[in-house]
Design a protein. Sequence first.
Length: 121
Amino acid sequence: DPTPFDPECLFCKIVTGDVPATIVHESETTVAFRDLNPQAPTHVLVIPRSHFANAADLAVGEPATAADLFDAAREIAVQEGIDGPDAGYRMVFNTGPAAHQTVFHAHLHVLGGRSMTWPPG
Ligand code: 5GP
Ligand code: ZN
């Protein structure tokens, strides 16, 4: 079963190492790196190694990897010290233009290190 790869995709190039990124976590199916324009003291993007345009497509195409994103996020939260009884973090999938999705390779935002506002706006 071939790994979907889009040679035009920025995050596929981060997976292959052709575009540099500050990698903070890796698994067989996922890669996580610091967001270039962080919106919180910790702002990490967790992505599948395989190319899917958004989280919904990933859930259909590689459901086990969708779960792996959450497992990676949990490990990253511990690693970054943003988990715990007085802390916590937010996980976000922006999907589509109204949600301001700008990169069309599924990515889970993991944000922490500050108090989050709700509703997010
Ligand atoms: P979206 O708006 O699609 O949910 O999130 C895309 C995220 O990717 C944004 O938070 C943006 O700052 C981040 N981003 C865009 N280009 C790059 C890049 O080349 N490197 C890294 N590390 N992050 C990027
Ligand atoms: Zn891609």
